[in-house]
Design a protein. Sequence first.
Length: 151
Amino acid sequence: MGRSTETFSKKEKEKKRLKKQQDKKEKSEDRKANSDKGKSLDEMMAYIDENGNITSTPPDPTKRKVILSENIQIGVPKQENIVPDIIRNGTVTFFNEAKGYGFIKDLQTQESIFVHINGLTEAISENDKVTFETEQGQKGLNAIKVKKAVS
């Protein structure tokens, strides 16, 4: 009688191949059993509640808010044009002579107003009491005709 052509390593390889095939078949059956594909439309729906959160329950129609499209603002609202006062009083809180600009704190409104060296009628420095007029600039009020206050 002849010798068997099946060696030990061939048998092991065949066992591994069959085991791999069996695992693949089990995984396939498991995927089919736990599949999400057969869900109904209601199970797949997502809703947004009145606070903007995603939920699985539909929102309460009594909490619905009516928003008119005219009330929606897109972009930055324009600044209101402020009518300039005739003459204001203030204190120079900061002034950089090298760069040519600074800020004046208005004594009435306590707001900080930008001043450029071109808006000066005489030289000023920090902590000086000044009188000035205002004009609307690109980013807000600018002080013009700035001069030291007479005490």
